[in-house]
Write a protein that binds this ligand. Structure first.
Ligand code: MOS
Length: 688
């Protein structure tokens, strides 16, 4: 082993998977040419949102030349004991618009789609209820929130503290139903090799899918092989199993062929989850000097008939500021909608939008600078758990951000600046995202004269994880990066956690380091040597409160004639632990901030009140930020290494970028216009 003292971690390394991707040589799931004889699936989706199927006539579809099979709930293979939302084609019940009610398998995708139009489905339909309101009388507290958090938290007498507060705000914010829109549509290629199910699939970690798919088909983990090396974005929608993966397995079983399923963009709006809409009432009380005395954050959100998905919207509020009286609550409405799922910073993104907007309103009520208000309420310890921070550098982020953005000269008065037709304002908001780590294993094969083969079922969903992990492996082995051959995205590789919750580097990196330590001081025999390592959380999560933090600053311009909103400039400073690769890290922050801008200005799926479907279910009508929306973006971070949390000192960077960015834009909008719009997105009509 040739030792090198050069460190790869912390250096600007270009994506090692980049050249293959830009040359079209990196096969995405749907592109796998398995044996040249794949057949294709198309879906018949329910046109009603609630009711029962009374009949399905598949004869005309069956008669189309090239159609191999049409599956319905009457004849589809029975699935095992999986979550209700995944029980596709198992009963005549319809629980949301767009639910698959029949599946066509055909020799070509054109024939399959043609046959879909010939399936005749009759329903006994009921009017769906998709109306989220805070005054519904059927709102209920979920058992637990996602992530295992308690539904409510109460410290002190909040109502008394609010009543006694010399300055207070009582404001309600609404965030809409949003949809994960990775560029790569969800896709699965499936084939049964005897009793082994082989899948090429777009997901956020093959091992994430193993429990559900093995249960669904009654097979063991050894009988399932999923590969997913290249993934074209995900944002949470590819974290868990959805119905199309089960449909692929069923269709492959029935036809005995290799089956390709790719959801259309439109189908993604009902079949792979969405971010729940929220209604959030924020009440903040403070002393005239800005010291917060009371914080109340009450959340109403929706879930579906077939799943209880309770997003942890207000949990960031539990740790941000230290008022002596604090309360957070979450209530759900069970509606006739598709099952929600996680979407980049689920919980924190909508929750911090509301909290950080309300803090801005409090600053206005106090006549105090909003940066200063945050600095005055900086808690020394986690105010909810009463444990020390492993590191908390929000103050440094706010100060450095204010400096870089040029905040000092800001005129606090709202609605008084104009540049021609444009009203101009600036805003600030804080960000936070939890730092976690999950159990993971890695394997290293050392053969003299060859690169080390480092294997881990990690996932690079476009984040740069492949590159960053190679950097970590190179340093851990003491070799140049060229001497590391990293293999990821395969359920036959050592089990690792999925890409989610910004936990990739903090979970996978330590596993690779642990495996490398097994090689230390070992003589590699001519025949080679294989070692494994594993890593997982210790008691750091009990001892410390660990979170990444950040500060966002934005300039907003609003056209006083048309209401058009532009964001010419964004600055953000993050404190997110050790940065493994500045280039890919910057991309993660930039992507998060852009998604926050998209949330602020554009993203909103509208549920049709009568039919219960998403009226705008494509990229023509569900707007996602494009390059033209993004102005000057200044991204930096403070030096921070958090070794109290994990040996890399890293915190995870995938989600902290989106959190708070929409609030900074909303606050800048209020500063520009003198009008506070409290429901996202800030579409032009809301200006008038
Ligand atoms: Mo992310 S929403 O945790 O995949």
């Amino acid at each position: 082993m040739t030792a090198t003292t050069e460190r790869a971690v912390g250096s600007d390394v270009r994506r090692i998977d980049g050249p293959a991707k830009v040359r079209g040589l990196a096969p995405y799931a749907y592109e796998h040419e398995v044996d040249g004889s794949a057949v294709f699936v198309a879906l018949v989706q329910s046109t009603v949102a609630k009711g029962r199927i009374t009949s399905i006539d598949v004869s005309a579809a069956q008669a189309v030349p090239g159609v191999l099979a049409v599956l319905t709930h009457e004849d589809a293979p029975r699935l095992g004991d999986v979550a209700e939302e995944l029980l596709v084609l198992q009963s005549d019940r319809v629980q949301y618009a767009g639910q698959p009610v029949a599946v066509v398998v055909a020799e070509t995708s054109e024939v399959a789609r043609d046959a879909v139009g010939r399936v005749v489905v009759r329903y006994d339909a009921q009017r769906p209820d998709v109306d989220l309101r805070a005054d519904r009388d059927d709102l209920y507290p979920p058992e637990k929130l996602m992530g295992g958090f308690e539904t409510d938290s109460v410290i002190g007498d909040v109502d008394a503290a609010l009543a006694a507060a010399p300055v207070s705000v009582d404001v309600t914010y609404e965030t809409p139903n949003e949809h994960n829109n990775p560029i790569e549509m969800h896709a699965t290629v499936a084939r049964w090799d005897g009793d082994v199910l082989r899948m090429w699939d777009a997901n956020q970690g093959p091992h994430n899918l193993v429990p559900v798919i093995t249960e669904a088909f009654g097979i063991t983990a050894d009988q399932l092989h999923i590969t997913s090396p290249y993934v074209g974005g995900a944002f949470g929608s590819k974290a868990f199993t959805h119905v199309h993966q089960l449909i692929a397995g069923m269709a492959a079983k029935v036809t005995g062929r290799t089956v390709k399923v790719e959801l259309t963009r439109q189908q993604m709006f009902s079949l792979v989850g969405h971010r729940t809409p929220t209604i959030q009432r924020l009440r903040l009380g403070a002393l005239p000097d800005g010291t917060m005395t009371a914080i109340s954050h009450e959340v109403v959100e929706h879930t579906s008939q077939n799943a209880e998905f309770a997003e942890q919207t207000a949990t960031a509020t539990r740790l941000m500021y230290a008022a002596p009286a604090r309360r957070t609550t979450h209530r759900l409405a069970k509606l006739d909608v598709p099952a929600p799922t996680i979407m980049r910073a689920p919980g924190e993104a909508p929750g911090m939008y509301a909290l950080e907007s309300a803090v801005d309103e409090l600053a206005e009520a106090l006549g105090m600078d909003p940066v200063e208000l945050r600095l005055r309420n900086e808690p020394e310890r986690d105010p909810e758990r009463d444990v020390p921070w492993s590191t908390r550098n929000l103050v440094a982020c706010l100060r450095q951000g204010a400096e870089r953005f040029g905040w000092a000269d800001r005129d606090p008065r709202p609605g008084v600046r104009a540049d021609g037709r444009w009203l101009v304002g600036t805003g600030v908001a804080a960000s936070t995202y939890p730092t976690r780590r999950r159990p993971s294993q890695a394997r290293i094969e050392a053969v003299p004269g060859k690169p080390f083969v480092v294997s881990i079922d990690a996932s690079d969903i476009g984040t740069g994880a492949w590159t960053a992990l190679t950097q970590i492996a190179a340093d851990a082995l003491g070799v140049p990066m060229d001497d590391v051959d990293l293999r990821i995205g395969d359920s036959r590789l050592p089990k690792a956690s999925g890409a989610g919750g910004s936990t990739g580097i903090t979970s996978w990196g330590p596993a690779i380091i642990a495996a490398a330590q097994e090689l230390r001081d070992r003589e590699v025999p001519p025949g080679g040597l294989t070692v494994t390592g594993s890593s997982g959380p210790g008691d750091e999560a009990e001892q410390y409160s660990s979170h990444a933090f950040g500060a966002h600053f934005a300039e907003v311009r609003v056209d006083r004639d048309s209401g058009e909103v532009r964001v010419p400039r964004m600055t953000a400073v993050f404190a997110a632990g050790r940065i493994i690769n500045p280039t890919t890290a910057r991309s993660q922050f930039l992507g998060g901030m852009t998604m926050g801008l998209s949330m602020a200005l554009h993203e909103e799926a509208v549920l049709d009140a009568t039919h219960g479907h998403y009226a705008n279910h494509d990229l023509a009508e569900y707007h996602v930020a494009t390059n033209a929306d993004v102005g000057e973006v200044d991204i930096s971070w403070v030096d921070e290494v958090d070794e109290l949390h994990n040996p890399l000192g890293a915190k995870g960077i995938g989600e902290v970028g989106i959190v708070g960015s929409a609030a900074a834009i909303g606050n800048a909008y209020a500063h520009a216009t003198g009008r506070r719009v409290r429901d996202l997105p800030l579409t032009p009509d809301k200006f008038f």
